[in-house]
Ligand binder design. Structure first.
Ligand code: ADP
Ligand code: MG
Length: 351
């Protein structure tokens, strides 16, 4: 946070601060009739559209740690995780509202940084900031973002549409964001003098980027549409692949088998896991915050999907009685476990 150049929020007051932070945000979407400035924003969507709404709440000390997360990155990521939910429904994000509660630690320059990150994310994805709320807080920073998006009625993709014999696909690579978090936590411990390891980020930039600057996969949604593939079920990976696959399978009343050898891993993720003495497969299955997409497709789309770069087939959907399982490289079978939020907190090398 800004220590040298510090203007107290009281110098602008609440209304002045809102105006100052939001004046450069100009609505661009047709569906935004009216943005910031009145009691409500006004939206206008064509009647044939389905409207998608998603909300996230981020608490300092629970969801983020400002000792190593720059405020600009935090603003960017806070928006990105909401956009990711809209893409996971096969939708297009259009508007966000952004509410913040701030303690006295935060100055105007801090909020400028945070909103700069918000703005970059909004511009990249053509999303309008249309409102929010501002409050004081006694315990640090709290952020809540609501995102509104649209999709055609027949294009919405739920978690509950997976069918037996469907193929399971995953985008990008897994576990890197979790490894980035481990790296940042380790360097924080060094900074505090708790450990005698020198800070060392060299060669690990990818892991840091995955943790600090995740990218919502609009590109994948566009490529699937171009290829004429409509997934039968889809979810974004915020809590880890295992947990998300279990959501799909539970809601679709099916089982699944995925294959360890097909899990997409980056080289840096594997190296870092080795350095930390962790099982890289466990990281890929249970490490959260990758914001990749996992989805199921009809087997008839197999050939089309293999033409698309950045998508990997990792397994298939089975009858519900078979449960959710991972087949390891040596042919053993393990049940997938949903470790959910804050995975791997307790040392757990089981799959
Ligand atoms: P109200 O008293 O009706 O809640 P506010 O004074 O809080 O109104 O907000 C005035 C306008 O500024 C509204 O359009 C509101 O949505 C917007 N706004 C308030 N806080 C924020 C914020 N942190 N970020 C973006 N817009 C905000
Ligand atoms: Mg208000």
């Amino acid at each position: 946070m800004n220590q040298t150049n510090r203007t107290e929020i009281a110098t602008l007051g609440e209304f002045g601060l809102i105006k100052h932070l939001t004046q450069d945000f100009k609505p661009k979407n047709k569906s935004t009739q009216y943005g910031i400035g009145d009691d409500c924003a006004v939206l206008s969507y064509p009647s044939e559209k389905e409207i998608l709404v998603t909300t996230d709440l981020l608490m300092e000390g629970v969801h983020f740690d400002l000792t190593y997360v720059p405020l600009k990155h935090l603003g960017y990521k806070a928006v990105m995780v909401n956009l990711s939910d809209i893409y996971a429904m096969n939708g297009t994000p259009r508007q966000i509202t952004l509410s913040v509660a701030l303690s006295k630690r935060f100055c105007i320059e801090d909020m400028e940084e945070f909103y700069a990150g918000v703005r970059i994310a909004c511009e990249q994805h053509h999303v309008d900031l249309i409102g929010g709320d501002t409050s004081s807080s006694l315990t640090g920073l709290a952020i809540s973002i609501t995102c509104i998006g649209e999709t055609d009625k027949e294009k919405v993709i739920y978690r509950n549409g997976a069918k037996e014999t469907n193929l399971i696909c995953v985008t990008g690579d897994l576990g890197a964001a979790y490894m980035g978090l481990q790296l940042l936590e380790r360097e924080k411990a060094v900074f505090k003098g708790e450990k005698e390891i020198q800070p060392d980020f060299a060669g690990k930039e990818y892991l840091l980027e995955r943790q600090l600057k995740p990218e919502a996969r609009r590109d994948i949604i566009e490529k699937l549409a171009q290829a004429g593939i409509k997934p039968t079920a889809m979810i974004d990976i915020s809590d880890g692949l295992s947990s998300e696959l279990i959501h799909i399978c539970t809601q679709s009343n099916v089982g699944c088998r995925i294959y360890e050898e097909h899990l997409p891993l980056d080289y840096q993720t594997a190296l870092m896991a080795e350095e930390l003495n962790m099982n890289v497969t466990t990281c890929a299955l249970n490490g959260g915050e990758d914001y990749e997409l996992v989805f199921t497709i009809n087997i008839a789309d197999h050939d089309k999907i293999t033409q698309i770069e950045g998508i990997k087939l990792i397994g298939h959907i089975t009858k519900p009685e078979l449960g959710c399982g991972l087949i390891t490289r040596d042919g053993q079978e393990f049940e997938l476990k949903a470790q959910g939020w804050n995975p791997l907190k307790e040392e757990n090398e089981e799959i």
